[in-house]
Ligand binder design. Structure first.
Ligand code: SAH
Ligand code: SF4
Ligand code: F3S
Length: 484
């Protein structure tokens, strides 16, 4: 049997990073990554954070079943593996509901997934569940030496959520520094699906970062559900030897050749003044921070169990802007949390005006199985939640537009990721990001850099661009040369 696979990824950057690793691990064992219609194995890496992404998983599996078993192409022995947060939540239930699902694995179990998939390929009768939580960070086999570029995420600025994995380039690397979460925010399923927080040893993080830079990575994003509490695991074992997140950040930033360093996600309650200072001190630490606020009313924040209030959040914002005046702040917001009144909601709008986030992901509150807020009353009616979401998003759209508009005429460094969807006659456009994380579509060929603008060779190149025009969620620029 030809070992071929296709991965579909839902959810956060942790999932994207996990899919990226799994693809590399399978390729290093002789598997081939192919388009869906040619694949023997489908891997669906799932997200359970709201009801909608969970439902998407079932519809994706249903779609695969009807496309490849009944009338469709009649693919013999349709085989799927389900990983990630819904897999952890539903577990072996997938085996009953979808007979062609033969492996389920959670985020701790993924380390064993490549071996398990080899076994499934050899033994058509086998089914495997890898759902145990571990007490220490599960180091995975080192598959970094692979030369094939693995996929990295492409964020669709207009959709507000990561797209399924797009074609990537090795100049951008995502490196896990922890797994799981100890916070148990009242609405959140993540601590149940990813388990307790387990920090990864700093030596392992640094080794992976160094290797990625040696292989051509110019930008590294350190990943965790709450990176600010790195090293503060409740589970006891302190594998970091007293190195906190600020210390780790400094060590990674010092890797020669690393041009850009980012991290996500940051819980405001744990942010260390040393991390805030780092924005003013570390040259390659990008002036961008995703700092989820969730709600603007102290009463709602309290019921959510977030452990900060408006004043504390605003204090952090002020300190960040003092350290790095051009820092681009983005956030996550939930509307319609149980008990949220119109007055509470207006305070969220107010916070949005006060902080002036460059962009935000905003969500309708969604009940999740087992979380504390399930029991909170009163629930906010759907139409009220929907109306609040629209008001919030319309305010954000205005602020986003104004903040992008302010950049017209400026010059900025753009790390190129892929050819743009936009391609005008006679001009090549490449999509990339500035240091603040804004998407910039760059018209190539007008500058001095002398690069071959047509080929794939531009992936991972940094160019200097002048911003010509602010679009709704991105910038349009023209190349004016190389940044150095
Ligand atoms: N660890 C990150 C976020 C992980 S989940 C953090 O703490 O910031 C990503 C986002 O999904 C959250 O920030 C929150 O805004 C949203 N979210 C989580 N649970 C939700 C729920 N039950 N309903 C609606 N949105 C939710
Ligand atoms: Fe969920 Fe809160 Fe943990 Fe974020 S910090 S993953 S919102 S429990
Ligand atoms: Fe979703 Fe799990 Fe990430 S619930 S947001 S894939 S941690």
């Amino acid at each position: 049997m030809d070992k071929t696979f296709h991965i579909v990824t839902f959810g956060c950057q942790m999932n994207v990073g996990d899919s990226d690793w799994l693809a590399r691990a399978l390729i290093s064992r002789g598997w081939r990554q192919v388009p869906e219609e040619d694949a023997w194995l489908f891997v669906v890496n799932t997200c359970s954070v709201r009801d909608k992404p969970e439902q998407k998983v079932y519809s994706e599996l249903g779609r695969l079943a009807s496309a490849y078993t009944r009338g469709g192409k009649g693919k013999p022995g349709l085989t799927a593996a389900v990983g990630g947060c819904v897999a952890q939540q539903i577990g072996r239930g997938f085996f009953e509901r979808f007979p062609f699902v033969r492996l389920v694995f959670g985020s701790d179990g993924i380390a064993g997934a490549p071996d398990a998939l080899d076994r499934l390929a050899d033994d058509p009768g086998e089914r495997i569940a890898l759902l145990d939580f571990l007490t220490a960070y599960p180091e995975r086999e080192d598959v970094l030496t692979l030369s094939t570029p693995a996929p990295v995420p492409a964020f669709d600025a207009d959709a507000g959520e990561p797209e399924a994995v797009a074609e990537g380039h090795p100049a951008q690397a995502f490196v896990n520094i922890m797994q799981g979460c100890d916070n148990f925010c009242a609405y959140c399923i993540v601590p149940y699906t990813r388990g307790r927080q387990k920090s990864r040893a700093p030596g392992a993080v640094l080794a992976e970062c160094r290797t990625r830079v040696e292989q051509g990575a110019r930008e590294i994003t350190l990943l965790g559900q709450n990176v600010n509490s790195y090293g503060l695991d409740s589970g006891g074992a302190n594998v970091t030897g007293g190195v906190g997140f600020a210390g780790l950040l400094r060590q990674v930033a010092a890797i020669p050749g690393l041009l850009r360093l980012r991290f996500t996600t940051s819980h405001p309650k744990d942010i260390d003044p040393a991390v805030i200072r780092a924005f003013g001190e570390l040259e390659n630490l990008c002036p961008a921070l995703h700092l989820p606020l969730q709600a603007g009313s102290d009463a709602v924040l309290k019921r959510m169990g977030r452990k900060y209030d408006r004043a504390r959040y605003l204090g952090i914002v002020e300190a960040l802007r003092q350290a790095r005046p051009d820092i681009a702040l983005t956030t996550d917001l939930i509307v319609g949390f149980p008990g949220e009144t119109e007055e509470d909601f207006v305070q969220t709008l107010e916070m949005m005006e006060l902080v002036r986030f460059e962009s935000s992901f905003s969500f309708r509150y969604s009940d999740r199985p087992g979380v504390a807020s399930l029991r909170l009353r009163p629930k906010v009616p759907d139409e009220v939640g929907q109306e609040r979401l629209l008001r919030l998003q319309s305010l954000q759209n205005g602020i986003t537009k104004e903040s992008l508009k302010a950049l017209e005429g400026c010059e900025t460094d753009v790390l190129l990721e892929a050819p743009s969807r936009r391609q005008d006659e006679g001009a090549h456009f490449w999509r990339g990001r500035d240091a603040g994380g804004r998407v910039v579509n760059v018209r190539m060929g007008t500058g001095l850099s002398g690069l071959d603008h047509s080929g794939a060779s531009l992936c991972g190149r940094m160019v200097r661009a002048r911003i010509l025009e602010a679009k709704n969620h991105s910038l349009l620029g023209e190349e004016v040369g190389l940044p150095w």
